[in-house]
Design a binder for this molecule. Structure first.
Ligand code: SF4
Length: 98
């Protein structure tokens, strides 16, 4: 009997310690936004319509926030954060589930 698993919805948040280097926003401004207080997940990309780093809320991303090719880029962006504060769940190697 085959077991099936449903992928969890994609969620991105920013932990404490962002140094506002601009790397993530420069590469994916649809999702990341630098503000005076640090990096945030854009309201337009969040399913809950909230603002801020999404650290407490852990809102999933809107399914229409990114196209397919862009989703594969998020892992690269997180890996390139100089202080490793970009965290995510629900992003597979080749797809993001909205
Ligand atoms: S890449 Fe990391 S340190 Fe740079 S702005 Fe984004 S979250 Fe902050």
């Amino acid at each position: 009997m085959l077991a099936t698993t449903m992928p969890s919805p994609a969620t991105i948040w920013i932990e404490e310690g962002c140094i506002q280097c601009g790397w993530c926003e420069n590469l994916e401004p649809v999702v990341f936004q630098i503000t005076a207080s640090g990096c945030e997940i854009r309201t337009s990309a969040r399913r809950d319509g909230g603002s801020g780093p999404n650290r407490a809320e852990r809102s999933t991303l809107r399914p229409d926030a990114l196209d397919g090719p862009a989703t594969t880029f998020l892992r690269f962006i997180a890996d390139g954060c100089p202080v490793q504060v970009i965290r995510f769940t629900g992003i597979s190697d080749d797809a993001l589930v909205g």
